[in-house]
Design a protein around this ligand. Structure first.
Ligand SMILES: Cc1cc2nc3c(=O)[nH]c(=O)nc-3n(C[C@H](O)[C@H](O)[C@H](O)COP(=O)(O)OP(=O)(O)OC[C@H]3O[C@@H](n4cnc5c(N)ncnc54)[C@H](O)[C@@H]3O)c2cc1C
Ligand code: FES
Length: 261
């Protein structure tokens, strides 16, 4: 459902990232689940014509507000960053699949790169609500891009930050850290978003340790509602590979089934 929300704030939180909060008119979009996304019309002009997809970062059902965390990248996000409080923002959703929290789950590991933490942060809050311990490996270009450290603390997440500048984010270091956590914290589920390289690594670890695992796939989208086939990725099923539309069957998919090109 497309709804005109009101922008409460749209603030820059670091050199490249913005935090947006909107009020939903009459709670008609709820319930919203961690992992789902909204297709947002970034500008009232014709440019860009297409909406852009953004994961839900915070769900505040009681106050009827939603929050997004986004990276300013191209024409759409640059236009979005110019939007001001009290302006109307057209959002379509909630769309797509949500994360699965298994009933028997006790300790989960979330592994995010960059703005991938937006969608996994919503999952961390869901875990807190269900008394599941959450550990996180957050990868970024530099310390300046470490996002939502304070919020993760509020969610009770034990977070480990790694970055490219000091070399701690390379796959060997992350593998070592993830394996240590899997063994010492008795991890029973892995969730990842934001990096192909980390996703491949997490898929290997999920297979090796036979763990439940999900990924939120980020792919360029056109329509966001299944019509254009612009967002296809492949999943392995039995003995065949099947193309799926991420906006319909995703963005959350079983990590072990996703074929990384
Ligand atoms: C499910 C999902 C959740 C996401 N969640 C987040 C999030 O929480 N935070 C975040 O920062 N990012 C998120 N992303 C990524 C975000 O959607 C992109 O960064 C954003 O779309 C970039 O838009 P842009 O216009 O700034 O960049 P651009 O590079 O200008 O455009 C991005 C893409 O939009 C399409 N596009 C642009 N113009 C045209 C055109 N004229 N014709 C056809 N196609 C065009 C193209 O596919 C293009 O590559 C998510 C992506 C997905 C799929
Ligand atoms: S974006 Fe059009 S089918 Fe998915």
């Amino acid at each position: 459902m497309a709804v005109k929300t009101e922008i409460i704030f749209n603030r820059q939180v670091s050199k490249r990232y913005f935090h947006l909060k909107v009020k939903v008119p009459d709670k008609q979009l709820f319930p919203v689940q961690a992992g789902q996304f909204f297709h947002i019309k970034c500008s009232d002009d014709q440019k860009p014509l297409l909406r852009r997809p953004f994961s839900i970062f915070r769900i505040n059902e009681e106050e009827g507000t939603l929050e997004f965390l986004y990276l300013v990248k191209g024409i759409g996000t640059k236009a979005l960053a110019l939007r001001r409080p009290k302006e109307k923002l057209d959002i379509l959703g909630p769309l797509g699949t949500s994360f699965t929290m298994k009933e028997e789950s006790r300790n989960i590991l979330v592994v995010a790169r960059g703005v991938g933490i937006a969608t996994l942060s919503a999952l961390a809050f869901k875990a807190k609500g269900e008394n599941v311990s959450c550990f996180a490996i957050i990868s970024a270009r530099s310390q300046e891009d470490y996002l939502v450290e304070a919020e993760l603390k509020i969610a009770g997440v034990e977070a480990f930050f790694v970055n490219d500048e000091d070399g701690t984010s390379n796959p060997q270091c992350v593998r070592l850290l993830a394996e240590t956590l899997i063994k010492e914290k008795k991890i029973d589920g892995i969730y990842t978003c934001g990096s192909r390289r980390l996703s491949v690594l997490m898929k290997q670890l999920a297979c090796q340790y036979e763990l439940f695992a999900e990924i939120a796939v980020e792919e360029n989208m056109g329509c966001g509602i299944g019509s254009c086939y612009g967002c296809v990725c492949n999943v392995e099923e039995e003995e065949r590979v099947r193309p799926v539309r991420i906006c319909m069957e995703g963005p959350v998919l079983p990590l072990k089934k996703v074929v990384f090109a």
